[in-house]
Write a protein that binds this ligand. Structure first.
Ligand SMILES: [Zn+2]
Length: 412
């Protein structure tokens, strides 16, 4: 039995490689790593089984208010593991691209297109680092010195491909997983075999997701897909044996993807009818972020329940009380406490409350590219600045001598 399982896994992994070569939609390495660890790492297997039972119990307990109506915000740190390029070039993607990718991720989790369900889960780029200092939530590290990274990218642990080891790359930059959801942006994974992979929620030093730089974009389907894995969602076709047979779905909370409103299917079935099932809402699977289908646009209520049932137990629960984004949404004081801005995030106006020493000082507001967007003078201890014409996003407000005093403002 074990031999035939290994054989099937070999076929699955070959399929991954082949399908990527033919330009099929996003291939994800999560299954490969997960199945490997389930077989070789008994502690991991134990953790997954325990989590499964916790999540299943939480999911069935719909009376649990935590599953219903609280907006959860997860602090994120993005580690850009580049090849030595200048910022904004190649794998060293720009800050604005990262911000837009996180905004796109949030749009998908919040169901902005209206086609699925609002998961009521959001992600914020960290504003406070593990040492309590302010940060833009992005760490840039040149990974080209790690053996095999420039040639083949990163190798997920347990995969036989010949890139840099996962731990060597992640050890260059990682933040505590109890307070930050870690995202590593890499040049490539296994020499182009995968576009992303994520750890199921078992914690540990290397927990998080890995995504290729070209998929870390505002319209990426890969980013919500991998974050979905990070919150314990399986593929909608889970159990299809690598596009071989219809997944068993006798008990929808235990079989297949363990979600009840995503009909079971084979990964290659994305057409107008589902050969595996005539019940349920087929669009929920074939347009699902957790499918491999070419057009993806939704999470479902069942997936929302599973994500939120996961979020409220270890190891993800500590993220819900993390102070990683603590300065956002409240007054963020600069180091000398001589001015503050509120509200922040802001919609149309900000009030700048300034120490009397700043009266008459000039201010400037910069966008992400460093361009001056607004300028003026502090005319009273409370100055109102109109942001109405600015696009949503992050801005830097600078004031004082040589405009040295600064803080980040979010327009939403
Ligand atoms: Zn996947």
């Amino acid at each position: 039995m074990k031999k035939s399982l290994n054989f099937i896994q070999l076929i699955i992994s070959l399929l991954f490689f082949q399908m990527q070569g033919t330009g099929q939609s996003a291939e994800c390495g999560t299954d490969y790593i997960h199945k490997n660890r389930m077989q070789t790492d008994s502690a991991y297997r134990k953790q997954i089984l325990k989590l499964e039972s916790n999540v299943e119990a939480n999911t069935q307990n719909h009376a649990n208010i935590n599953l219903k109506s609280t907006l959860y915000t997860i602090p994120v740190v993005v580690h850009v593991m580049h090849l030595g390029e200048s910022i904004g070039t190649g794998s060293n993607i720009s800050e604005i691209q990262i911000q837009q990718a996180i905004a796109g991720l949030n749009d998908r989790f919040r169901n902005v297109n209206g086609l699925g369900v609002d998961v009521e889960l959001e992600f914020c780029l960290a504003s406070i680092d593990p040492n309590g200092n302010s940060t833009n939530g992005i760490n840039r590290v040149d990974g080209s010195g790690v053996a095999n990274y420039s040639a083949n990218g990163i190798t997920p642990t347990g995969n036989p491909c010949s890139g840099a080891t996962e731990t060597a790359i992640k050890d260059l930059s990682r933040w505590p997983v109890s307070d930050y959801y870690n995202i590593w942006v890499v040049s490539e994974i296994c020499n182009g075999s995968f576009v992303g992979y994520a750890s199921y929620p078992v914690g540990g030093l290397y927990d998080g997701l890995v995504i290729v730089s070209t998929s870390m974009t505002s319209n990426s389907g890969t980013l919500p897909h991998e974050v979905g894995h990070g919150f314990f969602l399986y593929h909608t076709f889970n159990g299809d044996g690598g596009n071989v047979s219809c997944p068993i779905d006798t008990d929808c909370l235990i079989d297949g993807d363990r979600v009840c409103d995503t009909p079971p299917h084979k990964q290659g079935d994305c057409g107008t009818t589902n050969p595996c099932s005539s019940t349920g809402v087929w669009d929920n699977s074939r347009y699902n972020f957790m499918s491999y289908c070419p057009l993806v646009n939704r999470f479902t209520q069942g997936q929302k329940d599973r994500i939120r049932a996961t979020a409220i137990v270890a190891p993800r629960a500590s993220l819900l009380t993390s102070l990683g984004c603590g300065a956002l949404g409240i007054n963020e004081l600069n180091s000398n406490n001589i001015f503050s801005v509120f509200p922040n995030p802001a919609q149309n106006f900000i009030n700048v409350k300034a120490d009397i020493k700043l009266l008459g000082a000039s201010y400037e507001v910069y966008d992400n590219s460093g361009k001056t967007i607004l300028k003026g003078r502090i005319t009273s201890e409370e100055t109102i600045i109109d942001l109405g014409n600015l696009a949503e996003g992050f801005y830097l407000f600078c004031v004082g001598e040589n405009l040295k005093q600064s803080l980040k403002v979010i327009k939403e």
